[in-house]
Design a binder for this molecule. Structure first.
Ligand SMILES: [Zn+2]
Length: 251
């Protein structure tokens, strides 16, 4: 199975998975034009669409694509019921597409019903984890988002994380404002600036890397607590996470 990244709208990525027969699965089509271009160019046969959540920039392409290819099967969380999902899935569900097994993980936080699709070593996590950052949180769901991060943290460290947007430069600038002396973040920021200046993508990322450069995976870190004016012995990590996200909102 192969993977392709297709930039769409302003900052979105639509991920394509395809096999040697040119059968393909796409994740979060926020628009149809780019998808139709790629399908035509590579003569892909669209078999399925996976949706992580119900935001318009992730689902807007579904209806027109289904009109073009009525046999396409759509999997998504309950919140995508009115956006074309045929199979409403949640944690504990799994299914096989193109001979690959996909497990569904509940990853609430960005929206209340957000899910991810895991097929080792790949995780399609929509707007949950971004490289060096974290998706915006819907009101009151800070602790849920923290728990979604914990769930991802316990996946194998070689997991490849496919996010829904290219936000790394802004995230890494925030990360360095919180941990200015951190050698991993300093190096990573230099690398991201180089990639950005050459119009190169910065995702997918790996869990192994994110555990080092993503402050939202490091809420036990005393320097992060210090930057949030919290005492070093502050124990409730989800509150550190929540304060960190609030600080990013104002960044
Ligand atoms: Zn979203």
């Amino acid at each position: 199975m192969n993977l392709m990244r297709v930039p769409a709208l302003n900052t979105n990525y639509i991920w394509f998975l395809y096999n040697y027969k040119n059968e393909c699965i796409i994740i979060d089509p926020g628009e149809e034009t780019k998808v139709l271009d790629v399908l035509k160019k590579f003569q892909f046969k669209l078999r399925a669409i996976l949706l992580t959540h119900n935001h318009i920039d992730h689902v807007n392409g579904v209806a027109p694509l289904i009109q073009h290819f009525p046999k396409t099967i759509v999997y998504g969380p309950v919140e995508t019921k009115n956006h074309g999902s045929h199979f409403l899935v949640s944690e504990g569900d799994d299914f096989v597409l193109l001979h690959k097994k996909f497990k569904v993980l509940n990853l609430p936080g960005h929206t209340s019903g957000h899910i991810g699709f895991y097929s080792a070593p790949w995780l399609f996590c929509g707007d949950t984890v971004f490289s060096a950052g974290c998706g915006k949180i819907c009101v009151g769901f800070d602790q849920h988002m923290y728990e979604s991060f914990l769930k991802i943290k316990h996946l194998p460290h070689n997991t490849l994380i496919f996010s829904g947007h290219e936000y790394t430069l802004s995230n890494v600038n925030f990360a360095i404002s919180v941990l200015p002396q951190d050698p991993f973040i300093i190096n990573y920021r230099n690398k991201i600036i180089r990639l950005h200046n050459n119009n190169q993508p910065t995702v997918p990322t790996t869990l192994n890397l994110e555990l080092k450069v993503n402050p939202f995976f490091r809420c036990g870190n005393s320097d992060i607590k210090k930057s949030l004016n919290l005492p070093c012995n502050f124990k409730e990590e989800w509150r550190v996470f929540s304060e960190l996200r609030k600080k990013k909102d104002l960044f």
